[in-house]
Ligand binder design. Structure first.
Ligand code: NDP
Ligand code: GUE
Ligand code: MG
Length: 316
């Protein structure tokens, strides 16, 4: 039986991070010569004690420092009110050492994420969640592109290159942070794009038509092998923690990560597929660093280093 190529997002992300670190070092010395502080700074704000969020925030901070950037972590209690968080974001907007701001989601129930995101200076919005950046992406204008879809797009370009053009792409999920921006990026890459969601009729059949399948539903292993077109490229965004496969381990409360795609089944049908873990997740973090570097260059009127990929939609 045929076996899909496994797309090594972890290795791709590490390679990108290595290149970004070289560019950050360059910027640091360029700035030092010109009396300018060009060291990219990323502020990450975490409200509450969600254990998964704590893990992500820690790994973002580590990746930021490893790339030679400055990391500013702000941890606020679960009981923080919206006005306090908005005031912190406004302070970060004014801080010239902070080039990128990320407010970790989800937020506690008393805080409206839309209000907080609207407060972030669009130029520092390295998540690309602000209405201005979302609108720019939808219109095909340059702006900050959400990290996860951007990372998916880099992997697709690596696998398919110019063959992306004209391909039938299906995005499963229509969230504002993954599905919708992903569809915009695929459209900008000249794919023929369908967006599917919980109201889609005959989802398996929609999936089977796709040359490119991007799954972002948050349902463990929902996409089965027989939903996939033979030879298709499958990008699995899902991060789902489920009980360990070994019943004894599961009984001890141990868990494992699975995607939204049934990986073993998909391996026998797809042409290429991202694993979970080690696929899209590491790309999200690398793209956060990329966006932080891009934001720093734009804020300081410095050209993007040549070897840094243009993170914009509009770029063909
Ligand atoms: N690797 C990474 O870096 C990241 C991974 N993730 C992961 O990606 C997944 C998706 O995240 P996110 O977009 O935030 O999720 P949301 O819950 O915001 O959106 C899920 C989408 O999937 C649709 N959906 C849910 N159930 C079904 C179903 N049974 N059939 C068809 N469509 C369905 C929903 O449809 P409707 O709109 O109709 O409700 C919705 O559009 C999660 O597993 C998340 O953990 C998220 C961010 C980053
Ligand atoms: N404002 C904001 N921006 C985000 O980008 C954001 C967020 N909030 N809230 C939560 C989601 C989720 N997310 C992930 C990032 C990295 C991995 C990642 O590195 N995953 C590893 C494994 C991690 C593990 O073992 O738990 C992998 O897939 O290989 C996963 C998920 C970013 N998010
Ligand atoms: Mg700076």
């Amino acid at each position: 039986m045929s076996q899909a190529r496994i797309i090594d997002g972890k290795a791709f992300a590490q390679n990108l991070r290595d290149r970004l670190a070289l560019q950050v070092a360059d910027l640091r010395s360029t700035g030092a010569k010109g009396g300018q502080d060009l060291v990219p700074g990323l502020a990450v704000v975490l409200v509450g004690e969600n254990p998964a969020s704590q893990v992500y925030v820690r790994s973002k901070g580590q990746a930021t420092v490893a790339a030679g950037m400055r990391s500013f972590e702000h941890k606020l209690p679960d009981t923080t009110d919206q006005a306090t968080l908005v005031a912190l974001v406004e302070k970060l907007n004014r801080d010239p050492a902070v080039n990128g701001i990320l407010v970790q989601l989800p937020l506690p129930a008393q805080i409206d994420p839309a209000v907080v995101i609207a407060t972030i200076d669009p130029a520092k919005d390295v998540d690309g969640f602000h209405v201005e950046n979302a609108g720019r992406l939808a219109l095909g204008l340059p702006g900050m592109v959400p990290c996860t879809p951007l990372g998916c797009m880099m992997l697709l370009r690596d696998v398919l290159g110019d063959d992306l053009r004209g391909k039938r792409a299906l995005v499963l999920g229509r969230s504002t942070i993954v599905g919708r921006p992903m569809a915009s990026l695929l459209l900008a890459a000249d794919c023929t794009v369908t967006i599917a969601h919980s109201r889609t009729q005959d989802l398996p059949e929609e999936c089977r038509r796709a040359d490119i399948l991007v799954a972002a539903v948050g349902r463990p292993e929902m996409v089965r092998g027989d939903w996939i077109k033979p030879g298709a490229t499958v990008i699995d965004v899902g991060i789902n923690r489920v009980p360990h496969a070994d019943p004894a381990a599961a009984a001890e409360g141990r868990t494992r990560l699975v995607g939204d795609v049934h990986f073993a089944e998909a391996m026998t049908v797809a042409g290429a597929i991202t694993p979970v873990p080690g696929g899209v997740g590491p790309m999200t973090i690398a793209c956060l660093l990329l966006n932080t570097l891009t934001a720093t260059c734009r804020q300081n009127g410095v050209p993007l280093p040549g070897s840094v990929p243009e993170a914009d939609t509009a770029a063909p």
